[in-house]
Ligand binder design. Structure first.
Ligand code: AMP
Ligand code: GLY
Length: 426
C-alpha cells in the first residue's frame, strides 16, 4: 500500500517510523515531512496542509491507499471527509467528530449530556457575566478559550484576580482571536494527570498504553506551559484497574455518545485525564495522537500499525490484534533556547548519529535541511526516545543519548518521568 502521513513534527515522524515497519507499507509519503522523515519517506513540499483540495490532489497523484493525519487543524477542517469523498481511506475523525477537540463547549456539552466524569463548568459569551460567575465561585478556577489555541488557551487561576485577568485577555484583548469569543469556566480538579490514547472504529474502543506528559518548560514543573517537554509510558498512576475504569466510564461512553449523536468518531481519541480521589475525570479530549505522547506509546506497540488503522477505518477493530510490549519508553524533548517564547532558528545540529548509536530513536520535531546539514527550525527541535525494561533504565538511556546532541542555546528538562521514578523507589 502507498501511505501518506500529513504533518511534519515529532508525532508524525514517529507515526511514519511505525508505519514503515509494516510489511503492507510499499511506499511512504509525508506532507510536508521533515529531514528525519526524509530518511524513510518521500517528503512532498509546497502543499498547504490546511487546503483539503490540495491534499486530495496530492493523494491522487501519488496513488495513495491510506492517509494518516497527524495534527488537529486538518482534522477539524474536514480532511478525512474530503479524502473519503474522493474514495481514499483516511485514518482520523470526520470534521463533525473532531469537534470533540475543536470546540471545548461542544465537548463539555457531550460529557454533560452523557454523564461522562469531568469538571463542572459553564460557558460564557459575555465577559461581565463570566466575571460575575468567577466572583461567585471563587478560586482556584480554570478558564479556557472555547476554540483551538495551540494548547495555550487555558489558565489555571489560583486567585480570583488572576481569573478576571484571564477573562480580560481572552475576551477583551482577544489573545487567541475568535477562539476566545466564548470561554468555558471550570471547576479546578486536583490529582495527577495522565494521557490515555485509544484506537476506535466508531463502535469498538481499544486503549493504548497510558503515558504522562510534562507540559511546563522547566524542571519541577515550573514556568509556562509548552506543547510538551517530555513523556514516558506507561504511567504508573494508570494501574490496570484505572485503565479499566477510564475505558468503561469515559472512552466507551463518549464513543457511544458520538455514534448516537450521528457523528461516529473513528481514529485516535486522546483523553487527557485527571486521576482524582473520585476516580478518572476528563481534562480534555483531543481528536488526534498526542505530541509527544505518540513518541513513547508507538515504540511499545508490537502490532502492525497499518492493520490496526485499516481496522479503524473499516469498522473491524473488534477483530484486531493489538499486542503491547511489557517495557517502558521515555522521550526527552531537546528545545531551542527561549522556547516557548521567542527563539532563534537555523543553528546546525550535531551528534544525531551518536545518539542513535547510544540506542535511542531520534525523532525530528522542528528541524530543516540547509546546505546538506540538519539545522534547528522550531521551538521543540528533537525528541530523543529510549526503550528499556523499566522506566529508570529508559530514563538513563534517553539522557545518555540526548547528551550526544548539540546546537547553540539548546536545553532540555532533566527530570522527565520524576513521578514514576519516585513511585519506583517506594
Ligand atoms: P487543556 O488544554 O484543557 O488540557 O488544559 C491544559 C492544562 O491545564 C491541563 O493539562 C491541566 O494541567 C490544566 N487543567 C485544565 N483543566 C483543568 C481543571 N479543570 N482542573 C485542574 N487543572 C486543569
Ligand atoms: N501533549 C499534549 C497534546 O498532544 O495535546
Amino acid at each position: 500500500m502507498n501511505i501518506m502521513v500529513i504533518g511534519g513534527g515529532g508525532r508524525e515522524h514517529t507515526l511514519a517510523w511505525k508505519l514503515a515497519q509494516s510489511p503492507k507499507c510499499t511506499k511512504l509519503y509525508a506532507v510536508p515531512g521533515n529531514p528525519g522523515m526524509a530518511e524513510i519517506a518521500t517528503c512532498i513540499s509546497g502543499v498547504d496542509i490546511t487546503d483539503n483540495a490540495a491534499l486530495v490532489a496530492a493523494a491522487k497523484q501519488h496513488d495513495i491507499d491510506l492517509v494518516v493525519v497527524g495534527p488537529e487543524v486538518p482534522l477539524t477542517n474536514g480532511v478525512v471527509d474530503a479524502m473519503t469523498e474522493a474514495g481514499i481511506k483516511a485514518f482520523g475523525p470526520s470534521k463533525e467528530a473532531a469537534k470533540l477537540e475543536g470546540s471545548k463547549a461542544f465537548s463539555k456539552g457531550i460529557m454533560r449530556k452523557y454523564r461522562i466524569p469531568t469538571a463542572r463548568y459553564e460557558v460564557f459569551a459575555d465577559p461581565a457575566t463570566a466575571i460575575q460567575f468567577i466572583e461567585e465561585q471563587g478560586a482556584p478556577i480554570v478558564i479556557k478559550a472555547d476554540g483551538l489555541a495551540a494548547g495555550k488557551g487555558v489558565v489555571v487561576a489560583m486567585t480570583v484576580d488572576e481569573a478576571v485577568r484571564a477573562i480580560n485577555e481572552i475576551m477583551e484583548d482577544k489573545a487567541f482571536g475568535q477562539a476566545g469569543a466564548r470561554v468555558v469556566i471550570e471547576e479546578f480538579m486536583d490529582g495527577e494527570e495522565a494521557s490515555l490514547l485509544a484506537f476506535t472504529d466508531g463502535k469498538t474502543v481499544r486503549p493504548m498504553i497510558s503515558s504522562q506528559d510534562h507540559k511546563r518548560v522547566y524542571d519541577g514543573d515550573k514556568g509556562p506551559n509548552t506543547g510538551g517537554m517530555g513523556t514516558y509510558a506507561p504511567a504508573p498512576v494508570m494501574t490496570p484497574e484505572m485503565v479499566e475504569r477510564a475505558t468503561k466510564e469515559i472512552l466507551e461512553p463518549v464513543i457511544a455518545a458520538m455514534a448516537k449523536e450521528g457523528h461516529p468518531y473513528k481514529g485516535c481519541l486522546y483523553a487527557g485525564l485527571m486521576i482524582t480521589d473520585e476516580g478518572p475525570k476528563v481534562v480534555e479530549f483531543n481528536c488526534r495522537f498526542g505530541d509527544p505522547e505518540t513518541q513513547v506509546v508507538l515504540p511499545l506497540l508490537q502490532g502492525d500499525l497499518v492493520d490496526i488503522m485499516l481496522a479503524c477505518v473499516d469498522g473491524t477493530l473488534d477483530q484486531a490484534d493489538i499486542p503491547w510490549s511489557d517495557g517502558a519508553a521515555v522521550c526527552v524533548v531537546l528545545a531551542s533556547g527561549g522556547y516557548p517564547k521567542k527563539y532563534q532558528k537555523g543553528y546546525e545540529i550535531t551528534g544525531l548519529d551518536a545518539a542513535k548509536a547510544a540506542g535511542c530513536q531520534v525523532f525530528h520535531a522542528g528541524t530543516a535541511e540547509k546546505d546538506g546539514k540538519v539545522v534547528t527550525n522550531g521551538g521543540r527541535v528533537l525528541n530523543v526516545v529510549a526503550q528499556a525494561p523499566t522506566i529508570h533504565e529508559a530514563v538513563d538511556k534517553a539522557y545518555e543519548g540526548i547528551a550526544k546532541i548539540s546546537f547553540t542555546d539548546s536545553f532540555y528538562r532533566k527530570d522527565i518521568a520524576h513521578r514514576a521514578l519516585e513511585r519506583e523507589k517506594k
